[in-house]
Ligand binder design. Structure first.
Ligand code: PMP
Length: 427
């Protein structure tokens, strides 16, 4: 055990998850690569849990941050804040939400918390619909709408949460149905549920479940849900913390795969927009955002330094069409991984949208979930200089691949070749 790991264990909570038997200390990065304290270089296929949206140490972001830090590091509230207004204008316009207002937080958890505050206040209801196998953060209210029990350490939620089917297709009662059949079954489940409950405030859902294992519902599921929600005046909150900013390739936001549903009433974002700096936020129609009748501020949400990072990072993303890059390079990587999966035992499914790719592992022969296999693949890939993530619902048997969106074809090929070997050597 390294000295730093021993010190970490002595002073930090036991439940603070770390990857690898011998955890990594990342000391620096560049482009799609990071280095550890021993000088080992890794191709980063997890982008620091999707926080590195464009590239590590992107000079444009570093410059914007250091220039702003050299001028003033300050709170975001009480005084006018030019970078916050500018980033809010750009996000409001990109969000697709009419008459949009943006509130900045420092994390995805806090963004979802704020969305819940708004939804419950607007609808005068503390009932929330959430998806099975979902993950929305770690605050008291966010764990209360997190359907993935591995990440919700208490069930003593102040909210009344009801879980809806639709997040996962490979398991559960609707596994194996066609797209249309799956949507119909989930809508029937939602209708049935709404027949038994009072008046939920909102449905919150990740368009592609992230921590839950990059699960992809059929396009149009949320459009179908939306019709039912509208009959009851229930709001739709799209948690875009992992799916936003073009990560899914085809779309800038995950909700757009359900286009007929139109924009959600609120969307929440975080992670990649700051390229590692802590930015989160909520976008909502003005009528919803302004329903609070007393002040609500965040001392650091929207702080000028993080906003400067967000502005530089977003400009880079748009100017270099990284959404298009995610679609092209992600498409190639998915194809390559599917070809590899045919050659090895124990891959149930390779699924993905853009640069958000899941490889679900099962025990060869039995078809049971294979969390030990996933952990072994992570270790083997690390040995060869590749960092990937893992996730999944009842178990953790899905490899998660989400590199910075500037990934090149050569890097995709290199990572796929390592994964090919890693998948073989753990059988
Ligand atoms: N929502 C989703 C979909 C997430 O994946 C996460 C983080 N994994 C969160 C919310 C919480 O974000 P944060 O860790 O920044 O609080």
């Amino acid at each position: 055990m390294s000295d730093l790991y021993a010190r970490h264990k002595a002073v930090l909570p036991d439940w603070l998850a770390l990857y690898y038997q011998d955890p990594l200390e990342i000391t620096h990065g560049e482009g799609r690569h990071v280095w550890d304290a021993d000088g080992n270089k890794y191709l980063d296929f997890f982008g620091g849990i999707l926080t590195t949206m464009t590239a590590h140490a992107l000079p444009e972001v570093t410059k914007a941050v250091s220039e702003q830090a050299g001028r003033i590091i300050h709170s975001s509230t009480l005084y006018l804040n030019r970078p916050m207004v500018e980033l809010a204008e750009r996000i409001a316009q990109l969000s697709g939400i009419p008459d949009a207002r943006v509130f900045f937080t420092t994390s995805g958890t806090e963004a979802n918390d704020t969305a819940l505050l708004l939804a419950t206040a607007h609808r005068r209801s503390n009932q929330i619909l959430a998806m099975r196998n979902s993950y929305h953060g770690r605050s008291f209210s966010a764990v209360g709408i997190t359907g993935n029990k591995g990440w919700s350490p208490t069930s003593l939620s102040p909210l009344q949460t009801l879980y809806v089917h639709g997040g996962v297709r490979t398991r559960g009662p609707y596994a194996g149905l066609s797209d249309a059949g799956f949507i119909a079954a989930c809508v029937e489940d939602l209708r049935d549920l709404l027949g038994h409950v009072r008046a939920p405030a909102a449905l919150i859902a990740e368009p592609v479940q992230g921590v839950g294992g990059f699960t992809i519902p059929p396009d149009g599921l949320y459009a179908a849900f939306r019709e039912v929600l509208d009959e009851h005046g229930i709001l739709w909150i799209s948690d875009e913390v992992q799916t936003g900013w073009g990560r899914t390739g085809e779309h800038f936001w995950g909700w757009q795969a359900h286009d007929a549903a139109g924009p959600p009433d609120m969307l929440t974002f975080a992670k990649g927009i700051g390229n590692g700096m802590s930015i989160g936020g909520v976008v909502a129609r003005a009528e919803i955002m302004n329903c609070l009748d007393s002040n609500s501020i965040s001392t650091f949400g929207g702080s000028p330094v993080t906003m400067a990072a967000g502005l530089a990072n977003l400009s880079y993303l748009l100017e270099h069409d990284l959404q298009g890059n995610a679609r092209r390079v992600g498409g190639l990587l998915i194809e390559r991984l599917r070809a590899i999966a045919e050659q090895v035992d124990g891959v149930r499914e390779v699924r993905g949208r853009g640069l958000m790719i899941g490889v679900e592992l099962v025990k060869p022969g039995t078809g049971e979930a294979h969390p030990e296999g996933a952990a072994a693949v992570l270790e083997a890939a690390r040995e060869e200089g590749l960092l990937i993530g893992k996730g999944g619902g009842h178990d953790t048997s899905v490899l998660r691949i989400a590199p910075p969106l500037s990934l090149t074809v050569a890097e995709a090929e290199e990572g796929a070749a390592i994964l090919d070997r890693a998948l073989r050597c753990t059988r």
